[in-house]
Design a protein around this ligand. Structure first.
Ligand code: MG
Length: 553
């Protein structure tokens, strides 16, 4: 029987390299992360997702792996990893890690052997051609850097396939020996205690290269992966990075026999269009296109993660609307399809607006993903190239390097933000911890409340119609209990009537509505319950979470 713990998890993602440096070499490391686990535990998160920490030449921020069975020496040792896992277990925090098996680094011993000998057993680990077909630009992951998915290798005397950077040759998944290698990698890390994998670049696994590799269906590979994890651990999950069209979602989940979770790329793009328009309609339309999930299926919602905030599934005019609202300058955009900013600068530091977006994150059907620094409102550094703008080190205090590292600042793996409104001198954990009104303390509160509202993770959901287009209202029901969340996407106050809740009353759980007067306090409840048919008042960017209770009178 599979464990479904992830259906109601609070996930936090970080890169060991930029979180906390314990030895003063300018690079975050596992001992540093382990020291900060009590901070994460106090925040209330229940699951960590770590970006790749394997030995890597770092052409693609660790997504180019040289050794699947190790820890990059800059980040610590395998022993440090095991101590970290033990410390997580003591605090009840589960760990997901990245499984990056669409490609290896060009420096992986498999590729080195494959390129140097046409008859090597590793040759078929990769995909070769003497005369490759022309590249369709849509196949390029990094269109501003690469112009072909084929690279000629002198040593090999042939072209090899690479959808990502040319330093990342694609593995040949149709080769059963490669699949067996993947199975062993999965079992190795499960044995060390991880609770599952964020599976990188899933749609690229099966190559559209007729005649060069055996035909092998993506469906079969997803089922193989599920089989590999489930055969070893009943609690292990697979979280797929698959930014695909809504028609394909059901294929990824299968009949509960493929991926457990998908990132909600599609709904996220619709959400940002709705935020840009201050109109809930695009979000509602997006959610209505989601399929009914198998019991073990779940969505991982996010605001943004380490890559660009992609808008590639919007129409050109829609994408321009979002750019216009949140990333108007060319330097804020990337690859013609996404935004390379963090949320607070996108929203001009408007606290109400920021809270609204995170309140949506915590209530939309599925589970929430926070990225390190979200909880304190970290900004970006647009002077850094590409996606590095949003990959700056965690800001712990106003000490040099934001308390991230004691190294000289020019030795840091990535520069800290040291100037402007988002400088570590202004935005840091130490300053926000004692401040009851800080974003950090709001984030702790919303996480605590979200953990008391399992209906958002487990429940069936439906959208409630209202008389205000700027308001998104939905209900989640589970085991006879129900919650309603109401979000005003507009920068103006409004009063809204829910069209389908007349017989119940609503008890306020959480929100940013005007404070009730003391006479309204009723024992442990903060607000007088609303009758379901009573209008709900919402401030600009207002949000309210309610528990639905049967009318007592
Ligand atoms: Mg270090």
């Amino acid at each position: 029987m599979e464990s479904l713990w992830y259906k109601n998890a609070i996930v936090y993602v970080l890169d060991v390299e930029t979180f906390m440096d314990s030895n003063g070499d300018g690079i975050g490391d596992f001992p540093g992360l382990t020291q900060r686990l009590d901070y994460l535990s106090g925040l209330g998160i229940t699951c960590l997702w770590l970006h790749p920490f394997y030995p890597s030449p770092n052409r693609d921020d660790g997504y180019d792996v040289m050794d699947y069975y190790g820890v990059d020496p800059c980040l610590g040792t395998l022993g440090d990893f095991v101590e970290f896992m033990h410390a997580c277990k003591e605090r009840g925090i589960r760990v997901l890690i990245d499984l990056v098996v669409n490609h290896t680094s060009i420096q992986h011993p498999w590729f080195q052997a494959a390129r140097s000998d046409r008859h090597s057993k590793y040759r078929d680990y990769y995909i070769w051609s003497d005369d490759p077909p022309p590249t369709d630009p849509a196949e390029l992951v990094f269109p501003d850097v690469e112009d072909s998915i084929w690279e000629y290798d002198e040593q090999a005397g042939a072209y090899y396939l690479h959808h990502f950077y040319k330093e990342q040759p694609d593995l040949n998944i149709s080769n059963p020996v490669v699949r067996d290698e993947i199975r062993k990698i999965i079992h190795f890390w499960l044995q060390l205690g991880v609770s599952g994998f964020r599976v990188d670049a899933v749609p690229y696994f099966v190559k559209n290269v007729e005649g060069l590799v055996e035909q092998y269906e993506l469906e079969s590979f997803l089922e193989d992966l599920r089989c590999y994890v489930s055969s070893w651990s009943a609690e292990a999950v697979l979280l797929a990075e698959a930014n695909v069209e809504s028609e394909s979602f059901s294929m990824y989940f299968g009949d509960g026999n493929r991926m457990h979770m998908l990132f909600s790329f599609f709904a996220n793009q619709k959400k940002f269009l709705a935020l840009a328009r201050q109109d809930a309609t695009p979000l509602i339309e997006g959610l209505r296109q989601l399929p009914h999930l198998p019991r073990s299926g779940q969505w991982l919602n996010f605001v943004r993660h380490h890559d660009e905030l992609t808008l590639d599934q919007l129409g050109d005019a829609e994408r321009d609307e979002v750019f216009h609202a949140f990333a108007p300058e060319a330097n804020m955009q990337i690859y013609g399809r996404g935004i390379r900013r963090r949320l607070p600068p996108m929203l001009n530091s408007n606290r109400r607006h920021i809270e609204l977006v995170y309140s949506l994150l915590f209530t939309l059907p599925g589970i929430p993903l926070l990225r390190y620094g979200d909880e304190i409102g970290m900004g970006d550094d647009l002077s850094l190239p590409d996606r590095d703008s949003v990959r700056t080190p965690m800001q712990w205090s106003d000490e040099p390097n934001g308390g991230f590292s004691s190294a000289a600042h020019d030795r840091l793996a990535k520069p800290v933000i040291s100037e402007g409104d988002y400088s570590y001198k202004r935005v840091n954990v130490a300053a926000q911890q004692p401040d009851p009104n800080s974003l950090l303390n709001w984030m702790s509160q919303v996480i605590r409340m979200r953990r008391q509202c399992p209906e958002f993770g487990w429940g069936d959901w439906d959208i409630i119609e209202t008389d205000e287009p700027c308001v998104f209202a939905h209900r989640c029901q589970w085991r006879g209990k129900a919650l309603i969340a109401v979000h005003n996407l507009a920068n103006r106050a409004c009063t809204v009537t829910l069209k389908s809740n007349p017989l119940n009353q609503l008890v306020d759980l959480f929100g940013n509505c005007a404070s009730p007067t003391p006479t309204e306090c009723q024992g442990e409840r903060y607000y007088r319950p609303l009758s379901g048919s009573q209008p709900i008042s919402l401030e600009p960017y207002g949000y309210r979470w309610f528990r639905v209770e049967a009318k007592s009178d």
